[in-house]
Design a protein around this ligand. Structure first.
Ligand SMILES: [Zn+2]
Length: 222
């Protein structure tokens, strides 16, 4: 699977060079991402408390151009966009001030999302951010699509949805973990990931996402 996804990523990158494209952010023709929209992906880091111990660091607000570019990557499979988004994610991961020996663990896509898209969004973003991904978490059961669910329904939907790969957990027993997801919405998925890792005796140091849905009242701007 990792090999296959690398092949399809390279293929999509190659196709992007020969097929006509429109800017993912504003539809300007013949550019995958215009200069103006590239500027809109310059990180403006915010952080939000996930629980008593863990901050989630996010590079961009999930609105306007960044939201369009992320949707283009996820729903249209324009994997070349993972490069500029990965640069923003790198900033969010580094703002977490996680210890140098921290490992980056992506939240896995559901099996259904993986089948639909043909690639796993978050691991790709982590690689483009310049970090090695550690596949410590895996889907444990089928979940409904989180879109359109309210906060409580999202939490119920993801409860028990992840599992820790036992062999990797043994190797990473003493390493701090930075959990990464693409977009922070209610935090239900990241909370579930943190809880699952802690139940396996692992230490969650921080979390990071490319973007976060704006919550003007409680977002802490740095
Ligand atoms: Zn544009």
């Amino acid at each position: 699977m990792p090999f296959l996804s690398t092949v399809s990523e390279s293929l999509a990158d190659a196709l992007a060079l020969i097929l006509p494209v429109e800017c993912a952010g504003c539809d300007t023709e013949d550019q995958a991402l215009c200069a103006g929209c590239r500027d809109a992906l310059v990180p403006r880091p915010t952080r939000r408390l996930l629980d008593e111990e863990v901050w989630v660091h996010s590079a961009l607000a999930f609105e306007g151009i960044p939201a369009r570019v992320i949707r283009c990557l996820k729903e249209e499979g324009r994997t070349g966009l993972a490069r500029p988004l990965g640069r923003a994610l790198r900033d969010a991961i580094l703002s977490s001030d996680a210890p140098g020996d921290a490992v980056v663990v992506p939240v896995p896509s559901s099996r259904r999302a993986l089948r639909r898209r043909g690639f796993a969004v978050t691991p790709l973003l982590v690689r483009r951010a310049g970090f090695r991904t550690v596949g410590l978490l895996a889907p444990a059961r089928v979940t409904a699509d989180q879109r359109g669910l309210d906060r409580d329904a999202r939490a119920r939907n993801v409860a028990g949805s992840l599992r820790v790969r036992a062999r990797s957990a043994e190797l990473l027993r003493d390493r701090p973990i930075v959990i990464v997801d693409d977009v922070l919405t209610t935090g239900a998925t990241l909370l579930e990931a943190a809880g699952t890792l802690r139940s396996a005796g692992l230490t969650v140091a921080a979390a990071a996402t490319v973007a976060a849905t704006p919550r003007r009242s409680s977002a802490t701007h740095r």
